[in-house]
Design a protein around this ligand. Structure first.
Ligand code: ADP
Length: 242
């Protein structure tokens, strides 16, 4: 007689994580739909509303449509980065990429001050450039979003012996110690109302972490409430890059 004992803890943990993810995603999508339907019905039932009220209501409808579109984009990104085909990996200069991200940020936060420091002119990395761009963009956008204006953001790029290190710091509102261990979880936000006002749904940092991990790297956070935050990405180099 053979008795087989199997530890199914990990299996149930994955099952629970999936269930929570679907519940969270559905809830996040349901909220704007409910708001849009409510306002659309109000417009339909009151065709003689004053123009200012109509403008207010249609503005809210558009804002909620944008929120839903941003959420769907994040959900699709999360699904897309589960498998990165090796054909998407190329050599590129991280310093150039950081400059590019800064120009894109300037369109949304024109008053933000960004200082880029690099340990040398060309810092080459073999990675998925579009995804690295998305990770850096998410971090510098957060740095601007969660700072009093004008934001002061520092990007530090280091070509170390075995790794490329990308450090993004701000002098913003900081993250309370109790929230720091959950900050990379999907849908986690410190202040839901503030996050929604800034167009976020708590998926940004989990996307960044997944991108970094798909490149066998790590991401860490140091933050002090009221002083600012630093996110440090460390991506190992390939043998031939060392
Ligand atoms: P969101 O879409 O809400 O910005 P993220 O996953 O990017 O979602 O971030 C999760 C939460 O972490 C945010 O809601 C915010 O409270 C906090 N956070 C992220 N980056 C920073 C930062 N640079 N400074 C302060 N708080 C931050």
């Amino acid at each position: 007689a053979i008795l087989v004992l199997q530890d199914k803890t990990a299996h149930y943990k994955i099952f629970e994580m999936r269930r929570d993810f679907i519940a969270n995603a559905s809830h996040e999508l349901k909220t704007p739909i409910t708001v849009i339907r409510g306002f659309a019905e109000a417009l339909h039932e009151n065709p003689t509303l004053p123009v200012e009220t109509q403008m207010e209501v249609t503005n809210k409808i558009v804002r909620n449509c944008n929120r839903m579109a941003a959420l769907i984009k994040d959900l699709l990104t999360l699904a897309d980065i589960e498998n990165i085909p090796s054909s998407r990996l190329t050599y590129f200069n991280v310093a150039d990429l950081a400059e590019q991200c800064f120009s894109m940020l300037a369109e949304v936060f024109p008053d933000a001050h960004v200082t880029i420091h690099k340990s040398k002119e060309d810092i080459l990395l073999f990675a998925d450039m579009d995804l690295l761009e998305l990770a850096i963009m998410n971090l510098i956008e957060n740095a601007a979003k969660y700072s009093n204006r004008p934001a002061h953001i520092f990007v530090d790029l280091e070509d170390a012996k075995d790794n490329v290190i990308i450090k993004i710091s701000d002098k913003g509102i900081g993250i309370p110690p109790a929230d720091q261990e959950h900050i990379f979880d999907r849908f986690y936000t410190v202040d839901k109302a503030h996050s929604q006002k800034m167009g976020g749904s708590g998926l940004g940092l989990s996307i960044v972490k997944t991108i970094v991990e798909k490149h066998f790297g790590t991401i860490t956070l140091q933050s002090e409430l009221g002083q600012g935050s630093t996110f440090t990405i460390c991506i190992p180099k390939r043998e031939e890059e060392k």
